[in-house]
Each structure stands twice: as structure tokens, then as C-alpha cells.
Ligand binder design. Structure first.
Ligand SMILES: Cc1cc2nc3c(=O)[nH]c(=O)nc-3n(C[C@H](O)[C@H](O)[C@H](O)COP(=O)(O)O)c2cc1C
Length: 228
């Protein structure tokens, strides 16, 4: 039986009034990574937010067709925001042809979101290997078992491949890093901090990089306020 219009939930009736404190440019850290650190800490301390490091990564084909998915942030610093994935996946292929990405942190219980846009690059192989070694044995096997984003016949096929790998690399043995698996760093050129308020009078403050993408020392950011 299908839902009728009457018993289906109507998203048009769903409305939240955000009761939050204002965000002004004077409150912001001098650069976006320090500001991200402040908000990330507050988010991680809030029990209402499950997986505060979950973010939506959007990529696009060279022709401009976008796609999105959730991934986990695994590292960040002044160089950028890093996640790990399969380079042969849809996102990997799109980034190979068009190396720009958007990252969105949807922290709804705090009426906050952060949006990072910038150029995406592969992290060094040593960084990938170091992170892979920290993953549980089962996740290391999982990275081999799944040719991410390819069409498969059944779940049984995936499990059979996993069992085969578990027999080849039992617990306690070193699982090699799959060549097509690794980190992606998004080097921000803009970072927007969004704080929701009553009556849709939200704060949106965006850091925009002024001196290109390189040069730690020459890094300067302009902050601009956007209409909500
Ligand atoms: C909470 C959550 C965390 C995830 N973390 C990752 C991750 O860190 N890396 C990853 O490759 N996929 C992760 N996934 C799976 C992706 O959303 C996606 O299904 C997969 O990467 C294939 O995406 P693609 O076909 O668009 O490339 C996660 C999914 C969820 C819901």
C-alpha cells in the first residue's frame, strides 16, 4: 500500500525557531582553521550530535554534473581537510577529472553548518599508509573487499571476497594498503560559518583566501558577511 497525501508527513509544515547567540566578525578567529577548531570542539562536546566528523562531500564531473555523499573527516590542519576513500569510486573519478570539492558539516542540533570549498589533491602515500595502519583489521580487509561504487551482483559476493581475504590475511598479519585507496585533502579557498537565528535572520560569515592557495606565511583571509 502506498501512503496517501493525507497520512504522509508534510515537510512544508516542519519549521524550527533557532534560539542561538549571534556570530559577529569580531568573534571569529583570524583564520578559518582556528575557527573550525572552536566549533568542532563545541560540536564534539554536544551529545545530540552523532559523528561530528561526518561531512557531505560534493564533487562534479568535468561537465558540471554534481554528486554528494557522506564521508568522515580524519584529519585537518592549515594545509586542509582530509578524508580517506577509494580513488576508483565515483567521487575519486570525478575528482580526477575536476579537482574541486565542497565539504558540508550539517550540525543541525546547534543550528550550525560549515561549508568548505577548494581544490582537492591526493595526500602523500606515506600519510595514507600511516592512517591505514591505525584502522581495525576488519576495515583494512574491507578496503580490499570492495571495489567501491562498482555494480555487484549480490551481498554474498562481497562477503565471499571478504572471507577469502580474511583467510589470506588472518588477524595479526599485516594487510597491505590497496593501491587505489588513500586520502584526499581539500585545500580551502573559502570557508563559511553559518549560525541559524530566529526569523531566518541567520549569520553567515565567510573567510575567503586572498593570496592564492600556497605559502603558509603569505596566507591571508578576508571575512565577508553574506545575506541569509
Ligand atoms: C556516516 C558515514 C560515513 C562514511 N564515511 C566514509 C568515508 O570516510 N570514506 C568513504 O569512502 N565512504 C564513506 N561513507 C560511504 C559514502 O557515503 C559513499 O557511499 C561511498 O564513499 C561511495 O561514494 P561514491 O560512489 O559517491 O564515490 C560513509 C557513509 C556514511 C553514511
Amino acid at each position: 500500500m502506498t501512503d496517501t497525501a493525507n497520512d504522509a508527513l508534510d515537510p512544508a509544515d516542519m519549521r524550527e525557531q533557532y534560539r542561538t547567540t549571534e556570530l559577529s566578525a569580531a568573534d571569529l578567529a583570524p583564520e578559518p582553521i582556528a575557527q573550525f577548531t572552536r566549533w568542532f570542539k563545541e560540536t564534539a562536546e554536544n551529545p545530540a550530535i552523532h559523528e561530528p566528523n561526518a561531512m557531505i562531500v560534493s564533487t562534479a564531473t568535468p561537465g558540471g554534473r554534481p554528486s554528494s555523499r557522506t564521508v568522515l573527516l580524519k584529519h585537518y590542519d592549515r594545509a586542509g581537510f582530509v578524508f580517506f576513500t577509494n580513488y576508483d569510486s565515483r567521487k575519486g573519478a570525478e575528482l580526477a577529472g575536476n579537482p574541486y570539492a565542497s565539504l558540508l558539516f550539517p550540525w543541525h542540533p546547534l543550528a550550525r553548518q560549515i561549508i568548505v570549498t577548494g581544490r582537492a589533491e591526493r595526500v602523500g602515500r606515506d600519510e595514507t599508509v600511516a592512517y591505514f595502519r591505525t584502522r581495525p583489521h576488519g576495515s583494512q580487509l574491507g578496503a580490499w573487499a570492495s571495489r567501491q561504487s562498482s555494480v555487484i551482483a549480490s551481498r554474498a559476493e562481497l562477503l565471499a571476497r571478504y572471507e577469502e581475504l580474511a583467510a589470506r590475511y588472518p588477524e595479526g598479519t599485516q594487510v597491505p594498503v590497496p593501491p587505489e585507496w588513500g586520502g584526499v585533502r581539500v585545500v580551502p579557498d573559502a570557508v563559511e560559518f553559518w549560525q541559524g537565528h530566529e526569523n531566518r535572520l541567520h549569520d553567515r560569515l565567510r573567510y575567503v583566501r586572498e593570496n592564492g592557495e600556497d605559502g603558509e606565511n603569505g596566507e591571508t583571509w578576508r571575512v565577508e558577511r553574506l545575506a541569509p
